[in-house]
Design a protein around this ligand. Structure first.
Ligand code: PFF
Length: 455
């Protein structure tokens, strides 16, 4: 019984626009930058398997929960949860889902825009031919030199943030839809071209073996937490971005099939990015476990040595930037929608304020790579690694856990049933078991195991 069929912020033109938008949110730096490097750090194949398990058992059900809650309420996540609490007389404490999500969005966007700025910088570097025929040492030094220059980083960070705010300020249809309509198909085409390139790079067998052969010794309780955090991050779950997008989804589209398509697209892009990057790493005798710099050292190096490398290098970093911007816009949506609803403010004004706030916070990430590189917030975590760890590995899974419990226990069966098109019968029981038991227990177990494992 959806009480609203329209959102005041606008609606996606059709079901496929929702698929593109949610896939645009899901596919981002998490797939192309983070997934390959954390897979490299956590031993390859076994990690990939853990990650796929988390996507299937926890990610897909929680994404369904976010979409159904968003579509039922049709407001920003904070107000959607508020309205549903009132309607169904549940505890006001659930509203924490919305607040924590908004905070996680700010934290993630603050560093996301910095890293996306690196990709913009590399588009220009590749186009200049700065990497033509260089050695691994040169590529490493070039990356470290860039990280040591906060002004340059701030410049690209500013450009990326301005572009993001420009798009979101124009609204759901004119801003978000238009950008997504252009960027997503371009991204998929570029990715397929690059995958072909990786397959022919000479290191494909080794790269493939690295990603798909199991080495259980390298799996610790912490790698399970990282796999879970990555599943949340890559599917944009746990902070209300998908809930906010769900509020603009047409009422007659099927949530289950739509969500499965989005998760498959996202997984395809992550695996394809790994299969494009690792062969190049091995073909050039580089380390798969070199961390965040993986993409920014190996890719320029590899393209610098190949015919038409500058062109493919530009294509690659353009792909990363497109993927990043369609994700960044979704990071702002829960906050924008909330502030517009709450203060009846103009969307463009709110967008600029949120942009400035996250931009300032982003300076902390910029400095974490140079002046503050040795300043630790706790243990060995710098400003950047701390924000990244807390938002991705703690806030998103915790948010996801609460969202699952909210859908399972705070909403009446009839609401969920009508949103998912499930009334009685075995599928309805299966849904209840997955969202009410399996997904929450999965998240909790990983949390507890990590605390015990690390303690
Ligand atoms: N899913 C995005 C990525 O993989 O890069 C990151 C992200 C976007 C996380 C939006 C969370 C979010 F709400």
């Amino acid at each position: 019984m959806a009480q609203n069929t329209e959102s005041r912020h606008g609606m996606w033109s059709n079901r496929w626009m929702f698929v593109l938008a949610a896939a645009g949110s899901a596919v981002g730096l998490g797939n192309i930058w983070k997934f390959p490097y954390i897979t490299g750090e956590n031993g390859g194949g076994a990690f990939v398997l853990l990650y796929l398990g988390c996507v299937a058992l926890v990610g897909i059900p929680i994404m369904m929960a976010e979409v159904l809650i968003g579509r039922e309420g049709r407001y920003s996540p904070i107000n959607t949860v508020r309205v549903l609490i009132q309607q169904h007389k549940s505890s006001p404490a659930w509203v924490i889902i919305g607040w924590m999500g908004m905070l996680a969005g700010f934290l993630i966007l603050s560093y996301y825009a910095v890293i996306a700025g690196w990709a913009l910088h590399y588009i220009v570097q590749m186009a200049n031919g700065s990497f033509d025929g260089v050695t691994a040492e040169f590529a490493n030094d070039a990356f470290n030199g860039f990280l040591a220059d906060p002004w340059k980083m701030v410049m690209w960070h500013t450009i990326f943030m301005t572009a993001t705010i420009f798009i979101v300020a124009r609204g759901v249809t004119k801003g978000l839809e238009t950008a997504i309509r252009w960027f997503m198909p371009a991204l998929l085409i570029l990715l397929v071209v690059l995958l072909g390139y990786g397959v022919n790079s000479g290191g494909f067998e080794q790269g493939f073996a690295f990603m798909f052969s199991f080495n259980w010794e390298s799996v610790t309780a912490e790698s399970v937490l990282i796999a879970m955090g990555q599943a949340f991050f890559t599917l944009s779950l746990g902070m209300g971005a998908i809930m906010a997008y769900g509020a603009y989804m047409p009422s007659n589209a099927s949530i289950t099939s739509t969500v499965v398509i989005i998760a498959l697209l996202d997984t395809f892009v992550a695996l394809a990015a790994g299969l494009a990057i690792f062969p190049i790493v091995f073909a050039n005798g580089l380390e798969p476990s070199q961390g965040p710099g993986l993409m920014f050292v190996t890719i320029p190096l590899a393209f610098g040595q190949m015919p038409l490398g500058a062109l493919f290098g530009v294509i690659f970093f353009a792909l990363v930037s497109f993927a990043a911007i369609t994700s960044a816009i979704s990071l702002t949506e829960p906050a924008l929608a909330y502030l517009v609803e709450e203060y009846n403010a103009k969307r463009s004004r709110v967008a600029i304020s949120v942009g400035i706030f996250c931009w300032v916070l982003g300076i902390g990430t910029v400095l974490s790579f140079n002046h503050w590189a040795e300043k630790y917030i706790v243990s060995d975590l710098t400003f950047f690694t701390f924000i990244d760890y807390v938002s991705q590995n703690i806030m998103l899974p915790l948010g996801g856990l609460l969202i699952a419990l909210f859908a399972a226990y705070a909403l009446p069966k009839t609401v969920v049933g009508s949103q998912l098109g499930l009334r009685e019968g075995p599928l309805a029981v299966l849904w209840k078991v997955v969202i009410g038991v399996i997904a929450p227990l999965g998240v909790l177990t990983v949390f507890i195991a990590t605390i015990l494992g690390l303690g």
